[in-house]
Design a protein around this ligand. Structure first.
Ligand code: ZN
Ligand code: ZN
Length: 183
């Protein structure tokens, strides 16, 4: 399933730490980045293609996305998909999750809640410790380190893992007991 540029741009823009997004896939352009980026698009494609060939020469597997440090200490994550480009400017701490969210959104793999069928690739999860807004698929909060492997589906409130599978009841009970002892 292919998401439109607009859907991807809006999803990424709401994540904690993201400053702006620029998404240009299949001739559509979306996001809240400066219009100057439109002119830069061919350069960005060239840049990431060069990064791919460098990584190939060095024996690494081909990269589909790279990140660049900016002068203000933030990071630009640039991803390429069949001639389309996604650029997101964000805080360094958010980079691994932004990169993962982009590759998940571009992949044909379906991630749905096994209870209600909600599309979890476009769902958010709020960290219960630092309140960051993260992709639902994130297993550990990149801002405070909280374990987020198990969470509630935002639609049906059933406890699931990041891949949408249900958490066995037994696990929840023993986990609760463990937490009580810990406290
Ligand atoms: Zn659900
Ligand atoms: Zn957190």
């Amino acid at each position: 399933m292919n998401y439109s540029s607009n859907v991807i741009a809006e999803f990424l823009a709401k994540l904690t730490g993201v400053e702006w997004t620029f998404v240009s896939l299949r001739e559509e352009v979306a996001g809240n980045a400066s219009q100057k980026l439109l002119a830069l698009r061919p350069k960005l494609v060239e840049l990431i293609n060069n990064a791919k060939s460098i990584s190939g020469e060095m024996g690494g597997k081909g990269v589909k996305s790279i990140s660049l440090w900016m002068e203000d200490g933030k990071v630009l994550r640039i991803a390429l998909d069949e001639g389309g480009v996604i650029v997101v400017k964000h805080e360094f701490k958010a980079d691994s999750e932004v990169a993962r969210a982009i590759s998940t959104l571009l992949s044909p793999k379906v991630i749905k809640c096994s209870n209600c069928g909600l599309d979890l690739k476009l769902a958010y999860n709020r960290c219960t410790s630092c309140l960051s807004i993260l992709p639902f698929i994130t297993d550990m909060c990149p801002f405070c380190g909280l374990d987020l492997a198990v969470k509630k589906c935002p639609s049906c409130n059933v406890s699931v893992y990041s891949d949408g599978s249900r958490v066995p009841l037994l696990f929840k009970k023993s986990y609760a007991r463990f937490r009580r002892i810990e406290v």
